[in-house]
Every structure is written in structure tokens, then in C-alpha cells.
Design a protein. Structure first.
Length: 263
């Protein structure tokens, strides 16, 4: 079996093989059934997305507790811990411009930037005609109805001092329209995690063997302290898939215990 070692900064990344082995061990303990690698990968993707999206509501709840002076500090600082988990998915890059000379830029997507964004956190406009390029300022997100009114006002129209932008579909439109060259729009955003993919080498007459050397291998990206959540969520989906209520009930019970400990 191939050996895979996780190297990371800060919080460690999960070994997808470890999670799969734990799930299979629980299922096999009572002969509940077998989950194929393809089903495991589907469940793993959904479990990771669920945990990822929960970070933002958990972060908001942690901030509310801080404001109410109901949370700890330093090592007990929940919002800081969640923020570190979210920052794993932070990306800063220049937006591609499909047609040079226009003020329309392409937002991050799997086809444009090889990743998809969950939310735009910051949009900066630059003047690329200088060396090095000059920062104009942080642009404000406005609605389409508001940008129409702003552009119609000589006093309130977006400028290099007070830039703005709108989004529609997969595009970002910069205002003023003089922001119209490559490298003039830089965004910092939170991307979605990449789909986990447990890859293997088929062994004749035996179980598939883990092989992380495959080109499409992808480990989990959530921190290692989310391993119990991953296992429980995947087990719940396994229980539904193999129609074993006991598996789902066990995983749901474990998840509830974890939630009570965090409360």
C-alpha cells in the first residue's frame, strides 16, 4: 500500500485514506456492507462541502458570543480557530480580462482560474500603466440599480478615488471604465474546497489499494480536527445508501455529541 504523508502549514490536512479506513472499519464491524471508492468519493465531497459552509455560520455565532463576553481568549478563541480554517481557502489573484480594452473582467471559475469562489472578500483596482502598478483603491460592490444612479450623477460617479464594481453571471464590471487592462483588478476571495478523490490501484482478486500517485488524487482540505465530523457525515450518507438505519443513527448520535461539546 502506498504511504502518504501530509505536509502542511498551521493546521494539518487530513489523510483521505485514514478517513476511508475509519469509515470502512465501522461499517465492517457489524457487516453493514461495503462502500465502493466512487461512492466514498461522492460522500466525501458532500461531507467536506457541508463542513466548509458551516464555518461561516459557526464564525458568526462565535463572534456573537465574543460580543456577549461568553467566549474565551487565546487558545479558547473560537472565532480565531474558525478564521484560520477559512483562510486555508483564501486566494489572491488578478482577474482575467476576456476582451482587452473593456472594463469587464472574468470572475474566478473552474474554467477561468481553475477554482470557484464562494465569496469575494476584497476587490482592488490598480493603474497598470505605471511601474510598479499604482493602487487606486478598494472598490465597493454596488447593485445594478445603484450603479445606474451613480453614473448619472456628476458628483457621485465612481472614480479612481472611489471605484466600484458590479457582478453578473461570471463577470465583474469595473467603474470607472478606465480600469480596462490586464492586472488592473485584483481580488481576494474564499474559494470552494477541491473535490476529494481517493485514488487506487486495482489489485486482481483483492481490495483496491490506495495510490496517491494518481494524477487526479486530491486529499481533504479541511483541518485535521474536523476528522470526526467528516467520518460522521460520510457514515450518515453510507447508512442511507445501504439502507442501514443503525449506521445513520450511530453517526447522527456521534455528531450530536460533538455539537454538544462545542456549545
Amino acid at each position: 500500500m502506498a504511504l502518504f504523508f501530509c505536509l502542511s502549514l498551521g493546521k494539518g490536512l487530513l489523510m483521505i485514506n485514514s478517513v476511508r479506513n475509519t469509515v470502512l472499519s465501522i461499517l465492517n464491524k457489524n457487516n453493514y456492507g461495503y462502500i465502493s471508492p466512487s461512492d466514498f468519493n461522492l460522500f466525501a465531497k458532500q461531507a467536506q462541502i457541508t463542513i466548509f459552509e458551516n464555518y461561516f455560520s459557526d464564525y458568526n455565532n462565535a463572534l456573537n458570543k465574543e460580543n456577549a463576553r461568553q467566549s474565551g481568549t487565546e487558545y479558547a478563541n473560537a472565532s480565531k480557530s474558525i478564521s484560520e480554517s477559512i483562510n486555508i481557502f483564501s486566494v489572491t489573484r488578478n482577474l482575467p480580462i476576456p476582451t482587452p480594452g473593456t472594463n469587464i473582467f472574468t470572475l474566478p471559475s473552474l474554467t477561468a482560474t481553475d477554482d470557484d469562489f464562494y465569496l469575494l472578500n476584497k476587490v482592488l483596482f490598480y493603474n497598470a500603466s505605471t511601474t510598479p502598478r499604482t493602487l487606486l483603491g478598494e472598490a465597493e460592490a454596488v447593485t445594478h440599480s445603484k450603479i445606474t444612479m451613480l453614473n448619472a450623477s456628476p458628483l457621485l460617479a465612481p472614480s479612481n478615488t472611489y471605484p466600484a464594481y458590479t457582478t453578473e453571471g461570471g463577470l465583474l464590471t469595473a467603474y470607472p471604465d478606465t480600469v480596462n487592462a490586464a492586472t488592473e483588478v485584483e481580488v481576494q476571495y474564499i474559494r470552494y474546497p477541491f473535490d476529494p478523490n481517493w485514488t487506487y490501484a486495482v489489485v486482481t482478486g483483492g481490495e483496491p489499494m490506495f495510490d496517491n500517485t494518481q494524477a487526479d488524487f486530491q486529499d481533504f482540505e479541511v483541518p485535521i480536527d474536523d476528522e470526526p465530523k467528516l467520518v460522521n457525515l460520510i457514515l450518515q450518507m453510507c447508512g442511507i445508501s445501504i439502507r442501514e438505519l443503525d449506521v445513520y443513527t450511530y453517526a447522527q448520535s456521534e455528531e450530536n455529541k460533538n455539537l454538544q461539546q462545542q456549545a
